[in-house]
Design a protein around this ligand. Structure first.
Ligand code: G3I
Length: 311
């Protein structure tokens, strides 16, 4: 799409997208743009606990297997998403007693990481554990297991697949703010305690109406200085519908700032977007009246945001 070549060839960072197994199977153009432009894949929903173990002890790996198989055949890396998250949990979790929850979480991590051992470059081990004010989210894990669940999860993850990079991942932590301060303090403590954490993921679900996150590059840099990799893991920039050239230009400048900030920090190893085409995006379902948040339009034509990154 660009004179310089596809996105994955203009950078030494991994360039990825969230992907849905059903679209990968049924849409030839979706699959071909993914294959051409990106060298990392993050399953959008297929590896989540509520999907892989809807009924207790009954595993369904079909979507996850299909995506991992695609990446193996096409030489793509995988970001596994996600092991310990308060959302998209199976309903039966409500019936797990406090006394058995710890072993249930350990088994989940061990089973899922074990299945794909050696095939996943990086895992989002703990996802979205903070509220926006920087306090710990009152998830089932926090309430029933206490603060130690985070360190436990990373230790179990390391044991399950020693070759995978282990990440903590969150949103609204891109800039300097109370939430990113809390995350920073936690990662510093985990490192001091020798907990096996390798990286911090910044989701980067941005909206033009809220402005670009202040102190973005300095924030990435301070995390990197703790001795961890950093990654942009779920970037998208939603705009009020319908798009027009002004909005698309603002969106382009946001994507470009995200991209440049990552490239200004040596330990920023990955730039992954949360979907690549406006044909399929979580945004309109969650934020009615907003959308068009991706680099390619519904017909898989590159948008101004794409061209700004890759002229
Ligand atoms: O698969 C079922 C389908 O069978 C059913 O008919 C349909 C009816 O609603 O639902 C389908 O499941 C939906 C699933 O996406 C697949 O499309 C769920 O309802 C829906 O809740 C789910 O939304 C996902 C969301 O996470 C759940 O919290 C989005 O696709 C996914 O993009 C979004 O991703 C999250 C990251 O994991 C973490 N960071 C934020 C990001 C955006 O919210």
């Amino acid at each position: 799409a660009s004179a310089a070549g596809p996105l994955k060839d203009i950078t030494n960072r991994y360039v990825g997208s969230a992907v849905a197994a059903n679209h990968l199977a049924s849409e030839v153009d979706y699959r071909s743009v993914l294959t051409r432009e990106f060298d990392n894949v993050t399953p959008e929903n297929e590896m989540k606990w509520g999907v892989v173990e809807t009924d207790r002890g009954q595993y369904n790996w079909s979507g996850a297997d299909a995506i991992v198989d695609y990446t193996q055949r096409n030489g793509k890396s995988v970001r596994g998403h996600t092991l310990v998250w308060h959302s998209q949990l199976p309903g039966w979790m409500n019936n797990v007693g406090a006394g058995e929850l710890r072993s249930v979480v350990q088994r989940h991590i061990t089973t899922e990481m074990g299945r794909y051992k050696g095939k996943i470059r990086a895992w989002d081990v703990v996802n979205e554990m903070f509220d926006d004010d920087g306090t710990r989210r009152a998830s089932v894990f926090q309430r029933k297991l206490g603060d130690g669940y985070v360190a436990d999860a990373f230790r179990w993850a390391r044991a399950a697949d020693p070759s995978a990079k282990l990440y903590i991942n969150d949103y609204n932590t891109e800039g300097l703010n109370a939430k990113s301060d809390a995350l920073y303090n936690l990662v510093q403590t985990l490192k001091q305690q020798g907990v096996p954490i390798d990286g911090v993921g910044f989701q980067a679900h941005l909206a033009t109406q809220y402005g670009f996150p202040g102190g973005y590059q300095a924030n990435l840099a301070r995390f990197a200085a703790l001795g961890v990799d950093v990654a942009i893991t779920e970037a998208d920039v939603r705009i009020p519908m319908p798009p027009d050239s002004t909005k698309l230009n603002t969106q382009a400048s946001y994507f470009k700032q995200l991209w440049d900030g990552c490239h200004a920090v040596a330990r920023c190893v990955e730039f992954t977007t949360w979907g690549f085409t406006d044909r399929h995006s979580w945004v309109p379902d969650t934020f009615p009246g907003q959308g068009a948040a991706c680099l390619f339009d519904t017909n898989l034509r590159p948008k101004p945001a794409y061209t700004r990154i890759n002229p």
